[in-house]
Write a protein that binds this ligand. Structure first.
Ligand code: EPU
Length: 422
Protein backbone atom coordinates (compact mmCIF):
# COMPACT_ATOMS: atom_id res chain seq x y z
CA UNK A 1 0.00 0.00 0.00
CA UNK A 2 1.21 3.47 -0.80
CA UNK A 3 0.19 6.93 0.26
CA UNK A 4 1.03 10.51 -0.61
CA UNK A 5 2.51 12.92 1.94
CA UNK A 6 1.67 16.44 0.90
CA UNK A 7 2.75 19.76 2.37
CA UNK A 8 0.41 22.51 1.26
CA UNK A 9 0.83 26.19 0.68
CA UNK A 10 3.65 26.01 -1.88
CA UNK A 11 3.52 28.23 -4.95
CA UNK A 12 3.71 26.35 -8.25
CA UNK A 13 5.34 27.49 -11.48
CA UNK A 14 6.77 26.06 -14.68
CA UNK A 15 5.42 23.69 -17.29
CA UNK A 16 3.39 20.52 -16.86
CA UNK A 17 2.82 18.43 -19.99
CA UNK A 18 -0.43 16.48 -20.27
CA UNK A 19 -0.35 12.74 -21.00
CA UNK A 20 -2.50 10.83 -23.45
CA UNK A 21 -6.16 10.36 -22.67
CA UNK A 22 -6.98 7.33 -20.52
CA UNK A 23 -10.55 7.13 -21.72
CA UNK A 24 -9.57 7.44 -25.38
CA UNK A 25 -6.70 4.93 -25.13
CA UNK A 26 -8.81 2.26 -23.41
CA UNK A 27 -11.44 2.29 -26.16
CA UNK A 28 -8.89 2.47 -28.99
CA UNK A 29 -7.13 -0.57 -27.54
CA UNK A 30 -10.48 -2.37 -27.46
CA UNK A 31 -11.15 -1.33 -31.06
CA UNK A 32 -7.92 -3.05 -32.14
CA UNK A 33 -9.88 -6.31 -31.72
CA UNK A 34 -11.72 -5.39 -34.90
CA UNK A 35 -8.47 -5.36 -36.90
CA UNK A 36 -6.87 -8.42 -38.49
CA UNK A 37 -3.47 -6.71 -38.58
CA UNK A 38 -1.39 -5.03 -35.84
CA UNK A 39 -2.32 -1.50 -34.82
CA UNK A 40 0.16 0.81 -33.10
CA UNK A 41 -0.82 3.66 -30.79
CA UNK A 42 1.41 6.43 -29.47
CA UNK A 43 0.99 8.82 -26.53
CA UNK A 44 -0.28 5.92 -24.39
CA UNK A 45 -0.31 6.93 -20.70
CA UNK A 46 1.60 4.64 -18.34
CA UNK A 47 -1.26 4.04 -15.90
CA UNK A 48 -2.86 1.05 -14.22
CA UNK A 49 -6.10 1.02 -16.24
CA UNK A 50 -4.06 0.72 -19.44
CA UNK A 51 -2.04 -2.16 -17.95
CA UNK A 52 -5.32 -3.88 -17.04
CA UNK A 53 -6.77 -3.46 -20.53
CA UNK A 54 -3.56 -4.77 -22.05
CA UNK A 55 -3.73 -7.84 -19.81
CA UNK A 56 -7.38 -8.46 -20.72
CA UNK A 57 -6.56 -8.38 -24.42
CA UNK A 58 -3.57 -10.69 -23.93
CA UNK A 59 -5.71 -13.18 -22.02
CA UNK A 60 -8.16 -13.16 -24.93
CA UNK A 61 -5.32 -14.20 -27.25
CA UNK A 62 -4.06 -10.85 -28.47
CA UNK A 63 -0.34 -10.08 -28.64
CA UNK A 64 0.92 -6.77 -27.31
CA UNK A 65 4.28 -5.01 -27.59
CA UNK A 66 5.06 -1.89 -25.58
CA UNK A 67 7.90 0.55 -26.02
CA UNK A 68 8.12 4.01 -24.46
CA UNK A 69 4.72 5.60 -24.95
CA UNK A 70 3.75 3.25 -27.79
CA UNK A 71 1.83 0.02 -27.82
CA UNK A 72 1.23 -2.37 -30.70
CA UNK A 73 -1.73 -4.72 -30.48
CA UNK A 74 -1.82 -7.70 -32.78
CA UNK A 75 -5.23 -9.33 -32.61
CA UNK A 76 -4.95 -11.34 -35.82
CA UNK A 77 -5.38 -14.56 -33.81
CA UNK A 78 -7.94 -13.70 -31.17
CA UNK A 79 -8.99 -16.92 -29.46
CA UNK A 80 -11.23 -16.26 -26.52
CA UNK A 81 -14.48 -14.40 -26.07
CA UNK A 82 -14.26 -14.61 -22.28
CA UNK A 83 -12.87 -11.75 -20.27
CA UNK A 84 -10.80 -12.38 -17.17
CA UNK A 85 -13.30 -11.80 -14.35
CA UNK A 86 -10.95 -10.28 -11.80
CA UNK A 87 -9.55 -7.68 -14.16
CA UNK A 88 -12.87 -6.95 -15.86
CA UNK A 89 -14.43 -6.24 -12.46
CA UNK A 90 -11.63 -3.80 -11.65
CA UNK A 91 -12.13 -1.53 -14.62
CA UNK A 92 -15.51 -0.38 -15.84
CA UNK A 93 -14.06 0.31 -19.29
CA UNK A 94 -13.60 -3.45 -19.83
CA UNK A 95 -17.24 -3.53 -20.88
CA UNK A 96 -16.39 -1.90 -24.19
CA UNK A 97 -14.56 -5.11 -25.21
CA UNK A 98 -17.94 -6.81 -25.55
CA UNK A 99 -18.68 -4.81 -28.72
CA UNK A 100 -15.73 -6.00 -30.80
CA UNK A 101 -15.70 -9.52 -29.29
CA UNK A 102 -19.35 -10.13 -30.04
CA UNK A 103 -19.15 -8.63 -33.52
CA UNK A 104 -16.03 -10.60 -34.38
CA UNK A 105 -16.42 -13.96 -32.62
CA UNK A 106 -20.22 -14.07 -32.32
CA UNK A 107 -20.17 -14.42 -28.56
CA UNK A 108 -18.85 -12.66 -25.50
CA UNK A 109 -19.21 -13.03 -21.79
CA UNK A 110 -18.26 -10.78 -18.94
CA UNK A 111 -18.92 -10.25 -15.24
CA UNK A 112 -20.62 -7.21 -13.81
CA UNK A 113 -18.14 -4.45 -14.58
CA UNK A 114 -16.23 -2.52 -11.94
CA UNK A 115 -14.45 0.80 -11.83
CA UNK A 116 -14.95 3.85 -9.66
CA UNK A 117 -17.62 3.78 -7.00
CA UNK A 118 -19.67 6.66 -8.36
CA UNK A 119 -23.27 5.63 -8.20
CA UNK A 120 -25.19 2.64 -9.47
CA UNK A 121 -23.67 2.54 -12.97
CA UNK A 122 -26.05 -0.03 -14.45
CA UNK A 123 -25.51 -1.62 -17.86
CA UNK A 124 -29.09 -1.69 -19.14
CA UNK A 125 -28.34 0.54 -22.15
CA UNK A 126 -25.66 -1.90 -23.30
CA UNK A 127 -28.05 -4.81 -22.97
CA UNK A 128 -30.86 -3.00 -24.81
CA UNK A 129 -28.48 -1.86 -27.53
CA UNK A 130 -27.16 -5.37 -28.16
CA UNK A 131 -30.70 -6.72 -28.21
CA UNK A 132 -31.51 -4.18 -30.92
CA UNK A 133 -28.53 -5.49 -32.87
CA UNK A 134 -30.00 -8.99 -32.64
CA UNK A 135 -27.85 -10.51 -29.86
CA UNK A 136 -29.19 -13.14 -27.46
CA UNK A 137 -28.42 -12.36 -23.83
CA UNK A 138 -28.43 -14.64 -20.81
CA UNK A 139 -27.75 -13.57 -17.26
CA UNK A 140 -26.28 -15.86 -14.63
CA UNK A 141 -24.52 -15.46 -11.29
CA UNK A 142 -21.23 -15.19 -13.19
CA UNK A 143 -22.44 -12.31 -15.32
CA UNK A 144 -23.72 -11.90 -18.85
CA UNK A 145 -23.41 -14.02 -21.98
CA UNK A 146 -24.06 -12.46 -25.37
CA UNK A 147 -24.25 -14.35 -28.64
CA UNK A 148 -25.49 -14.03 -32.18
CA UNK A 149 -24.69 -12.44 -35.49
CA UNK A 150 -25.18 -8.70 -35.28
CA UNK A 151 -27.46 -6.84 -37.70
CA UNK A 152 -27.69 -3.06 -37.85
CA UNK A 153 -30.70 -1.25 -36.43
CA UNK A 154 -31.84 2.15 -35.17
CA UNK A 155 -30.88 2.58 -31.52
CA UNK A 156 -32.05 5.45 -29.33
CA UNK A 157 -30.04 5.93 -26.13
CA UNK A 158 -32.09 7.16 -23.12
CA UNK A 159 -28.96 9.13 -22.10
CA UNK A 160 -25.91 9.93 -24.25
CA UNK A 161 -23.72 7.38 -22.49
CA UNK A 162 -20.06 7.49 -23.46
CA UNK A 163 -19.12 3.81 -23.23
CA UNK A 164 -22.45 2.63 -24.63
CA UNK A 165 -22.00 4.83 -27.70
CA UNK A 166 -18.45 3.55 -28.13
CA UNK A 167 -19.33 -0.10 -27.63
CA UNK A 168 -22.26 -0.04 -30.05
CA UNK A 169 -20.25 1.91 -32.60
CA UNK A 170 -17.48 -0.70 -32.51
CA UNK A 171 -19.92 -3.60 -32.74
CA UNK A 172 -21.83 -2.01 -35.62
CA UNK A 173 -18.65 -1.22 -37.56
CA UNK A 174 -18.29 -4.82 -38.72
CA UNK A 175 -21.95 -5.92 -38.33
CA UNK A 176 -24.35 -6.52 -41.20
CA UNK A 177 -26.26 -3.48 -42.47
CA UNK A 178 -26.79 0.02 -41.15
CA UNK A 179 -26.94 1.17 -37.54
CA UNK A 180 -28.04 4.63 -36.49
CA UNK A 181 -27.25 5.60 -32.90
CA UNK A 182 -29.53 8.45 -31.81
CA UNK A 183 -28.88 10.62 -28.75
CA UNK A 184 -25.29 9.41 -29.00
CA UNK A 185 -22.56 10.85 -26.78
CA UNK A 186 -20.29 13.36 -28.52
CA UNK A 187 -17.11 13.32 -26.39
CA UNK A 188 -13.77 13.88 -28.20
CA UNK A 189 -12.82 10.28 -27.31
CA UNK A 190 -15.74 9.10 -29.46
CA UNK A 191 -14.68 11.25 -32.39
CA UNK A 192 -11.20 9.78 -32.16
CA UNK A 193 -12.50 6.24 -31.97
CA UNK A 194 -14.54 6.81 -35.13
CA UNK A 195 -11.44 8.23 -36.80
CA UNK A 196 -9.48 5.05 -36.06
CA UNK A 197 -12.30 2.80 -37.29
CA UNK A 198 -12.60 4.85 -40.48
CA UNK A 199 -8.86 4.58 -41.11
CA UNK A 200 -9.36 0.81 -40.86
CA UNK A 201 -12.06 0.90 -43.55
CA UNK A 202 -15.24 1.34 -41.48
CA UNK A 203 -18.03 3.55 -42.82
CA UNK A 204 -19.02 5.89 -39.98
CA UNK A 205 -20.39 9.42 -40.09
CA UNK A 206 -21.68 11.82 -37.47
CA UNK A 207 -19.29 10.95 -34.61
CA UNK A 208 -19.01 14.04 -32.44
CA UNK A 209 -22.71 14.81 -33.01
CA UNK A 210 -25.78 13.22 -31.45
CA UNK A 211 -26.52 10.98 -34.43
CA UNK A 212 -23.97 8.47 -35.62
CA UNK A 213 -24.55 6.43 -38.78
CA UNK A 214 -22.57 3.25 -39.28
CA UNK A 215 -22.70 1.07 -42.37
CA UNK A 216 -21.28 -2.26 -41.26
CA UNK A 217 -18.68 -4.14 -43.26
CA UNK A 218 -20.72 -7.39 -43.14
CA UNK A 219 -18.11 -9.09 -40.92
CA UNK A 220 -15.01 -7.97 -42.87
CA UNK A 221 -12.33 -7.10 -40.32
CA UNK A 222 -10.59 -3.73 -40.40
CA UNK A 223 -7.04 -3.03 -41.50
CA UNK A 224 -4.98 0.17 -41.33
CA UNK A 225 -3.63 1.25 -44.72
CA UNK A 226 -0.89 3.23 -43.02
CA UNK A 227 1.08 1.42 -40.27
CA UNK A 228 2.22 4.73 -38.69
CA UNK A 229 1.30 4.99 -34.99
CA UNK A 230 -2.10 6.46 -34.25
CA UNK A 231 -1.66 9.22 -31.68
CA UNK A 232 -3.96 9.29 -28.67
CA UNK A 233 -5.50 12.70 -27.94
CA UNK A 234 -4.38 14.52 -24.77
CA UNK A 235 -6.28 13.75 -21.58
CA UNK A 236 -8.77 16.57 -21.21
CA UNK A 237 -9.54 15.73 -17.59
CA UNK A 238 -5.88 15.86 -16.63
CA UNK A 239 -5.49 19.15 -18.54
CA UNK A 240 -8.53 20.64 -16.81
CA UNK A 241 -7.34 19.51 -13.38
CA UNK A 242 -3.97 21.18 -13.94
CA UNK A 243 -5.71 24.40 -15.04
CA UNK A 244 -7.63 24.38 -11.76
CA UNK A 245 -4.43 23.73 -9.83
CA UNK A 246 -2.68 26.61 -11.63
CA UNK A 247 -5.59 28.98 -10.96
CA UNK A 248 -5.36 28.16 -7.25
CA UNK A 249 -1.65 27.94 -6.60
CA UNK A 250 0.63 29.17 -9.34
CA UNK A 251 2.46 32.32 -10.34
CA UNK A 252 2.25 31.01 -13.85
CA UNK A 253 1.68 27.39 -14.80
CA UNK A 254 1.92 26.34 -18.42
CA UNK A 255 -0.15 23.29 -19.24
CA UNK A 256 1.34 21.92 -22.45
CA UNK A 257 0.54 19.04 -24.86
CA UNK A 258 -3.14 19.66 -24.31
CA UNK A 259 -6.16 20.51 -26.40
CA UNK A 260 -7.89 23.60 -24.94
CA UNK A 261 -10.78 23.09 -27.36
CA UNK A 262 -11.76 19.93 -25.46
CA UNK A 263 -12.29 21.80 -22.19
CA UNK A 264 -14.09 24.94 -23.38
CA UNK A 265 -16.73 24.58 -20.69
CA UNK A 266 -14.18 24.52 -17.86
CA UNK A 267 -12.16 27.38 -19.37
CA UNK A 268 -15.28 29.50 -19.81
CA UNK A 269 -16.43 28.79 -16.25
CA UNK A 270 -13.10 29.36 -14.55
CA UNK A 271 -12.61 32.62 -16.47
CA UNK A 272 -16.10 33.75 -15.43
CA UNK A 273 -15.00 33.10 -11.85
CA UNK A 274 -12.07 35.49 -12.32
CA UNK A 275 -9.15 33.24 -13.27
CA UNK A 276 -6.72 34.71 -15.80
CA UNK A 277 -5.84 32.45 -18.72
CA UNK A 278 -4.02 32.65 -22.00
CA UNK A 279 -4.10 29.84 -24.49
CA UNK A 280 -2.62 28.62 -27.72
CA UNK A 281 -3.51 25.68 -29.91
CA UNK A 282 -1.98 23.11 -27.55
CA UNK A 283 -1.22 24.99 -24.33
CA UNK A 284 -2.85 27.02 -21.59
CA UNK A 285 -1.15 29.42 -19.16
CA UNK A 286 -2.84 30.21 -15.91
CA UNK A 287 -1.94 32.03 -12.72
CA UNK A 288 -3.50 32.80 -9.38
CA UNK A 289 -5.90 35.74 -9.26
CA UNK A 290 -6.76 37.81 -6.19
CA UNK A 291 -10.35 38.07 -7.25
CA UNK A 292 -11.95 34.62 -7.48
CA UNK A 293 -15.75 34.78 -7.43
CA UNK A 294 -18.37 32.10 -6.92
CA UNK A 295 -19.90 30.43 -9.96
CA UNK A 296 -22.49 27.69 -10.44
CA UNK A 297 -21.80 24.54 -12.42
CA UNK A 298 -24.04 21.85 -13.88
CA UNK A 299 -22.27 18.77 -15.14
CA UNK A 300 -23.49 17.10 -18.31
CA UNK A 301 -22.55 15.26 -21.49
CA UNK A 302 -19.90 16.91 -23.69
CA UNK A 303 -19.53 19.81 -24.40
CA UNK A 304 -21.13 20.64 -21.03
CA UNK A 305 -19.07 20.78 -17.85
CA UNK A 306 -17.41 17.34 -17.49
CA UNK A 307 -18.47 15.31 -14.46
CA UNK A 308 -14.85 14.17 -14.15
CA UNK A 309 -13.81 17.80 -13.51
CA UNK A 310 -16.51 18.42 -10.94
CA UNK A 311 -14.43 17.24 -7.95
CA UNK A 312 -11.26 19.25 -8.67
CA UNK A 313 -13.43 22.28 -9.47
CA UNK A 314 -15.16 22.03 -6.11
CA UNK A 315 -11.78 22.67 -4.46
CA UNK A 316 -11.46 25.80 -6.59
CA UNK A 317 -14.91 26.89 -5.38
CA UNK A 318 -13.88 26.55 -1.71
CA UNK A 319 -11.49 29.43 -2.44
CA UNK A 320 -13.99 31.61 -4.34
CA UNK A 321 -15.77 34.57 -2.76
CA UNK A 322 -19.47 33.83 -2.27
CA UNK A 323 -21.91 30.97 -2.70
CA UNK A 324 -21.55 28.46 -5.55
CA UNK A 325 -23.87 25.61 -6.45
CA UNK A 326 -22.66 22.31 -7.91
CA UNK A 327 -25.32 20.33 -9.75
CA UNK A 328 -24.04 16.88 -10.66
CA UNK A 329 -26.46 15.45 -13.23
CA UNK A 330 -24.46 12.54 -14.67
CA UNK A 331 -23.85 10.31 -11.65
CA UNK A 332 -25.83 10.15 -8.44
CA UNK A 333 -23.01 9.19 -6.07
CA UNK A 334 -20.40 11.67 -7.05
CA UNK A 335 -20.54 14.26 -4.27
CA UNK A 336 -19.79 11.99 -1.31
CA UNK A 337 -16.10 12.96 -1.33
CA UNK A 338 -17.15 16.48 -0.23
CA UNK A 339 -17.64 15.24 3.35
CA UNK A 340 -13.86 15.05 3.66
CA UNK A 341 -13.41 18.53 2.16
CA UNK A 342 -15.88 19.80 4.77
CA UNK A 343 -13.71 18.24 7.47
CA UNK A 344 -10.80 20.23 6.03
CA UNK A 345 -12.71 23.38 6.95
CA UNK A 346 -14.69 24.11 3.77
CA UNK A 347 -18.16 25.50 4.15
CA UNK A 348 -20.26 23.01 2.17
CA UNK A 349 -23.92 22.04 2.37
CA UNK A 350 -24.74 18.72 0.72
CA UNK A 351 -28.34 19.36 -0.34
CA UNK A 352 -29.04 15.95 -1.89
CA UNK A 353 -27.07 13.30 -3.85
CA UNK A 354 -26.87 15.67 -6.83
CA UNK A 355 -26.43 19.14 -5.37
CA UNK A 356 -24.03 20.92 -3.06
CA UNK A 357 -23.57 24.55 -2.05
CA UNK A 358 -20.05 25.74 -1.37
CA UNK A 359 -19.44 29.09 0.34
CA UNK A 360 -15.99 30.54 0.22
CA UNK A 361 -13.33 31.46 0.68
CA UNK A 362 -12.37 29.00 3.40
CA UNK A 363 -9.02 28.25 4.95
CA UNK A 364 -8.43 24.54 4.42
CA UNK A 365 -6.71 22.52 7.16
CA UNK A 366 -4.37 19.63 6.39
CA UNK A 367 -5.89 16.16 6.96
CA UNK A 368 -5.41 12.45 6.54
CA UNK A 369 -7.80 11.22 3.84
CA UNK A 370 -8.68 8.12 1.86
CA UNK A 371 -9.11 8.58 -1.84
CA UNK A 372 -12.56 7.13 -2.68
CA UNK A 373 -12.04 7.08 -6.45
CA UNK A 374 -9.82 8.33 -9.20
CA UNK A 375 -11.15 11.84 -9.75
CA UNK A 376 -11.98 12.59 -6.11
CA UNK A 377 -8.47 11.33 -5.32
CA UNK A 378 -6.96 14.07 -7.45
CA UNK A 379 -9.30 16.58 -5.84
CA UNK A 380 -7.90 15.52 -2.45
CA UNK A 381 -4.38 16.10 -3.72
CA UNK A 382 -5.37 19.58 -4.89
CA UNK A 383 -7.08 20.30 -1.56
CA UNK A 384 -3.99 19.12 0.33
CA UNK A 385 -1.77 21.36 -1.82
CA UNK A 386 -4.02 24.33 -0.97
CA UNK A 387 -4.25 23.54 2.76
CA UNK A 388 -1.64 24.71 5.21
CA UNK A 389 0.33 21.92 6.82
CA UNK A 390 0.96 18.24 6.14
CA UNK A 391 -1.76 16.02 4.68
CA UNK A 392 -1.80 12.32 3.89
CA UNK A 393 -3.76 10.80 1.00
CA UNK A 394 -4.29 7.03 1.20
CA UNK A 395 -5.52 4.64 -1.51
CA UNK A 396 -3.05 5.96 -4.03
CA UNK A 397 -3.90 3.00 -6.30
CA UNK A 398 -7.14 4.78 -7.25
CA UNK A 399 -5.15 7.78 -8.43
CA UNK A 400 -2.59 5.58 -10.25
CA UNK A 401 -5.44 4.12 -12.31
CA UNK A 402 -5.67 7.36 -14.24
CA UNK A 403 -2.74 9.72 -13.64
CA UNK A 404 0.80 8.81 -14.65
CA UNK A 405 3.30 9.34 -11.79
CA UNK A 406 1.35 12.39 -10.76
CA UNK A 407 3.57 13.13 -7.76
CA UNK A 408 6.75 13.40 -9.86
CA UNK A 409 5.04 15.71 -12.32
CA UNK A 410 3.62 17.91 -9.57
CA UNK A 411 7.01 18.04 -7.84
CA UNK A 412 8.53 19.30 -11.12
CA UNK A 413 6.35 22.42 -10.85
CA UNK A 414 7.10 23.05 -7.18
CA UNK A 415 4.61 20.92 -5.23
CA UNK A 416 5.70 19.16 -2.07
CA UNK A 417 4.35 15.63 -2.50
CA UNK A 418 6.04 12.30 -1.74
CA UNK A 419 4.93 8.73 -2.37
CA UNK A 420 5.70 6.49 0.58
CA UNK A 421 5.14 2.79 1.27
CA UNK A 422 2.91 2.06 4.23
N1 EPU B 1 -26.01 4.55 -17.50
C1 EPU B 1 -27.12 3.77 -17.34
N2 EPU B 1 -27.14 2.57 -17.97
C2 EPU B 1 -26.14 2.13 -18.75
C3 EPU B 1 -25.00 2.95 -18.92
C4 EPU B 1 -24.97 4.17 -18.27
O1 EPU B 1 -28.05 4.13 -16.62
O2 EPU B 1 -26.22 1.02 -19.31
C5 EPU B 1 -25.98 5.86 -16.81
C6 EPU B 1 -24.84 5.95 -15.79
O3 EPU B 1 -25.17 5.29 -14.59
C7 EPU B 1 -24.67 7.44 -15.65
C8 EPU B 1 -25.00 7.94 -17.04
O4 EPU B 1 -25.66 6.88 -17.71
O5 EPU B 1 -25.61 7.93 -14.75
C9 EPU B 1 -23.81 8.36 -17.87
O6 EPU B 1 -22.77 7.43 -17.76
P1 EPU B 1 -21.86 7.05 -19.00
O7 EPU B 1 -22.32 5.72 -19.47
O8 EPU B 1 -21.76 8.15 -19.98
O9 EPU B 1 -20.49 6.88 -18.25
P2 EPU B 1 -19.45 5.77 -18.57
O10 EPU B 1 -19.46 5.56 -20.04
O11 EPU B 1 -19.63 4.64 -17.66
C10 EPU B 1 -17.46 7.38 -19.05
C11 EPU B 1 -16.09 7.56 -18.46
C12 EPU B 1 -16.22 8.17 -17.09
C13 EPU B 1 -16.94 9.50 -17.20
C14 EPU B 1 -18.30 9.29 -17.89
C15 EPU B 1 -19.06 10.57 -18.17
C16 EPU B 1 -14.82 5.77 -19.42
C17 EPU B 1 -14.12 4.49 -19.21
N3 EPU B 1 -15.42 6.28 -18.37
O12 EPU B 1 -18.13 6.49 -18.15
O13 EPU B 1 -14.91 8.38 -16.62
O14 EPU B 1 -17.15 10.04 -15.94
O15 EPU B 1 -18.12 8.62 -19.15
O16 EPU B 1 -18.29 11.41 -18.94
O17 EPU B 1 -14.80 6.32 -20.50
C18 EPU B 1 -13.17 8.38 -15.08
O18 EPU B 1 -12.38 8.41 -16.03
O19 EPU B 1 -12.81 8.57 -13.89
C19 EPU B 1 -14.57 8.13 -15.32
C20 EPU B 1 -15.42 7.76 -14.37
Amino acid sequence: MERFLITGGKTLSGEIPVKGSKNAALKLMAASLLFDHPVTFSNIPDINDIHSMKKLIELAGGKTYSEDDQITLDNSKLISSNLDCDIAKRIRASIVLIGPLLARIGKASFPHPGGCVIGKRPIDYFVEGFKKLGARITLSDDGYKFSGRLRGNDIFLPFPSVTVTETLMMASAIAYGQTIIKNAAAEPEITQLAELLRLGGADISGAGTNTIVINGTNSRLLRMKDPAPFKIIPDRIEAGSFVILGALLSDCLKISNCCPEHIESLLYTIESAGAKLTRGEDWIKVGRSNDIRSVNITTGPYPSFATDLQSPFSIFLTQAQGESMIFETVFEGRLAYLEEIKRMGANIILCDPHRAIITGPAKLRAREMESPDLRAGLAYIIAALVAEGDSVVHNVYHIDRGYERVEERLRNVGASIQRVQV
